[in-house]
Design a protein around this ligand. Structure first.
Ligand code: HEM
Length: 411
């Protein structure tokens, strides 16, 4: 637990002593924060942490819901738990951007989501297979001859950024700059730096949106700005807000997940060998890995007093859904702490639940399937390079800071 100051005085009266944590979970951890969180929670399905992570709520404290059932209750009940109230993106960027669909509530949410949903259906996403495969192979052509890399910075972070730029129709040569902005925006502890990074992302995307309003192209950004919602054209503020959400939504999540998966493969040669021999198994093993390495935290605000996981939550309280713990809840799934590549029950909460369930999940699945397939077809004996003491950073997502890898080329 991170205990930066003395927080005891911050316990609101309605929070019972036994659910109060005088600190927070945000910040730097070791190589297995899921195990540390379990110890910290000590079997509790919900706790209240003295400090809220996101800028703007730092004095308020927040609930952390750990049980699968509690997470499903919060995420399904958008009437009680608002997404528009927390405004994670708006607080950072300010201004007039509308961060749809993620910061909107039903019924507006559905109308906004319908603008982009057709692009993310399984048949639409399947059409991207060749583009994604080529992108992975191009990256591997450059990377693999080096024989070693820090997977996180040299592949994991770069790959989803390339795919985002491809699908929205932005140039690849701005990738590094984009990535710097994105990682600062999502994970830098300095609120001012986060704001500046968000501003840069917003300004750049607004420029691109405006140019596509004038001259549409065959890409997602042109589709969004030239769509209609509520019987009128989508505004540049709405289109830019959505582009920011797609960018940040698809970037840190996939990058983070890739690092957990490749560390696991490097530490489990037999799984690597099996998937190399039987690539048909990759999609189902990936699904179990989405569950096991689930890394996203979601934030909501209660609009009324309500009971969750046995705790009384008051109107106005901030609630964080801890998907990493929900997906390791032994009350919900037998042997949830075991990564079982033959597991038959695939239900999990890694992509959320309810109206906001990840619109990009089919893209995320395809990306993961192709990355594993191409890496395993081209190298064997992927292993950790040298002495490795993994560390992680827990913010909006729970990410590994580095994964040093080496491998042998398949001729
Ligand atoms: C490992 C990969 C991914 C994970 C674990 C993940 C996880 C999630 C989760 C948990 C939510 C729910 C948010 C909420 O309830 O507030 C979500 C929503 C969303 N995700 Fe993903 N995501 C991933 C990849 C992607 C990709 C590749 C894209 C698209 C480029 C994407 C775009 C979105 C969008 C736009 C939303 C908002 C949906 C809505 O509010 O209706 N995600 N994601």
């Amino acid at each position: 637990m991170n205990k930066h100051k003395t927080y005891e005085h911050m316990k609101p009266d309605h929070v019972p002593e036994d659910l109060f944590i005088p600190g927070n979970i945000w910040g730097t951890w070791g190589g297995d924060p899921r195990v540390d969180f379990k110890k910290l929670l000590g079997g509790r399905d919900i706790v209240f942490m003295a400090e809220h992570y996101h800028a703007g709520h730092s004095d308020q404290g927040m609930w952390l819901v750990a049980s699968a059932e509690g997470n499903r209750q919060v995420l399904l009940d958008a009437e009680t738990f608002t997404s528009s109230g927390v405004k994670v993106f708006s607080r950072l960027l300010g201004g007039d951007l509308v961060f749809f669909p993620v910061e909107t509530d039903p019924p507006l949410h559905g109308k906004y989501r319908n603008i982009i949903a057709p692009f993310f259906t399984p048949p639409s996403i399947a059409k991207l297979k060749d583009v994604i495969t080529k992108r992975v192979d191009d990256m591997l052509d450059e990377l693999l001859p080096k024989g070693r890399c820090d997977f996180t910075t040299e592949f994991g972070n770069l790959f989803p950024a390339s795919i985002f730029l491809d699908i929205v129709g932005l140039p690849q040569d701005r990738k590094s700059e984009f990535l710097d902005w994105a990682h600062t925006a999502m994970s830098d502890p300095d609120a001012q730096k986060k704001r500046t990074a968000m501003q840069n992302i917003g300004d750049y995307l607004m420029e691109e949106v405006l140019s596509r309003r004038e001259t549409p192209r065959n890409d997602l950004l042109s589709h969004i700005i030239n769509s209609e919602v509520f019987g009128r054209p989508v505004t540049p503020e709405e289109a830019t807000g959505c582009a920011v959400v797609l960018f940040l939504g698809g970037l840190d999540t996939v990058a983070t997940h890739l690092s957990w998966v490749f560390r696991y493969l490097a530490e489990n040669q037999e799984v690597q060998d099996l998937l190399r021999k039987e690539p048909k198994k990759i999609p189902e093993v990936n699904e179990e890995m989405f569950r096991f390495f689930s890394a996203v935290f979601l934030t909501r605000q209660a609009l009324r007093d309500v009971e969750v996981a046995g705790a009384m939550i008051k109107k106005g309280d901030i609630v964080a859904c801890c998907l990493p713990m929900a997906n390791h809840d032994e009350q919900d799934l037998k042997d949830a702490d075991v990564l079982d590549i033959d597991r038959s029950k695939k239900r999990h909460l890694a992509f959320g639940y309810g109206p906001h369930i990840c619109v990009g999940m089919h893209l995320a699945r395809l990306e993961m399937n192709i990355v594993l397939e191409r890496w395993l077809a081209r190298v064997h004996n992927i292993r950790i390079d040298g002495a490795y003491e993994p560390t992680s950073y827990v913010g909006n997502v729970m990410k590994l800071n580095s994964v040093p890898l080496t491998w042998s080329l398949i001729n």
